[in-house]
Design a protein around this ligand. Structure first.
Ligand SMILES: C[S@@+](CC[C@H](N)C(=O)[O-])C[C@H]1O[C@@H](n2cnc3c(N)ncnc32)[C@H](O)[C@@H]1O
Length: 237
């Protein structure tokens, strides 16, 4: 790792180990200013290297669930960053729309897709204000979208359910509150973490096909690295 990356990791509150271990990471208690990792500039800076911050391999949970999708289906990859998950899905023959608010990430996702000769549709947009549409997607993939605190999360979870077609699938993986002990990735904010109860309640209008809290070792670039407290959800609208 070069010094520049190391400096960034030490200063910023999102990503693996050192950053989450720092005592300077507590959020400002009553501030309305966006936290660093909620700012586009934070992610643009993260992604402004040739390296892929979360690697090029798809998330393991997503890979394990892809058999549930059928080539040609329309899939939304939420906050897809540099495209490791969207590109994987496109490689499986899915019609993927990757949305992220970092133009640098989306440009890297496009370059990655082009290097593999697959088509990835992309959009630079803030998920808090984006027009998601209604009954538009056969599946929505939400892998580590925990930049969202409770208010934005409520909006995003509602939009997910509206944007899925009837019968559409949600594939979601995130961290549970114990991740704050592991410090191997994710924001250091307990209110952004997911619990079984939170997800059951949030998606009570969907059929929950799979919901599991578990620990696993992640090796996803320098962003998610080490033993992690995870929660996986597969739901059908
Ligand atoms: C932890 S990264 C996960 C990236 C990707 N899902 C993955 O697993 O590789 C979170 C992503 O959320 C994006 N993001 C943060 N806030 C956002 C917002 N309000 N709207 C859209 N994207 C956002 C960031 O640019 C970043 O790419």
């Amino acid at each position: 790792m070069c010094n520049n990356e190391e400096d960034q990791l030490n200063q910023k509150p999102y990503g693996a180990d050192r950053e989450m271990g720092s005592s300077s990471l507590s959020p400002p208690s009553q501030s309305h200013a966006p936290l660093d990792f909620q700012a586009e500039s934070f992610w643009d800076q993260r992604y402004s290297t040739d390296e892929y911050f979360f690697g090029l391999e798809p998330n393991e949970f997503l890979r394990s669930q892809t058999h549930q999708l059928t080539p040609g289906q329309k899939v939304l990859a939420l906050a897809d960053g540099e495209g490791r998950n969207g590109v994987w899905l496109a490689q499986q023959g899915l019609d993927v729309l990757s949305v992220d608010f970092s133009p640098i990430a989306i440009a890297k996702a496009q370059r990655f897709a082009a290097s593999l000769g697959v088509t990835l549709t992309t959009e630079v947009a803030d998920l808090g204000t984006w027009d998601w549409g209604v009954e538009r997607f056969d599946a929505i993939v939400a892998i580590f979208i925990q930049f969202a605190g409770p208010a934005l999360r409520t909006v995003i979870f509602q939009k997910i359910q509206a944007a899925l077609k009837p019968g559409g699938l949600l594939l979601l993986q995130g961290y549970t509150p114990r991740q704050l002990e592991f410090k191997t990735g994710g924001p250091p904010l307990v209110e952004n973490m997911y619990t079984t109860e939170l997800l059951q309640e949030s998606f009570s209008n969907m059929e929950i096909l799979h919901l599991l809290e578990h620990d696993a070792r992640l090796s996803e670039g320098i962003g998610h690295n080490g033993m992690s407290a995870l929660i996986d959800l597969v739901g059908r609208k």
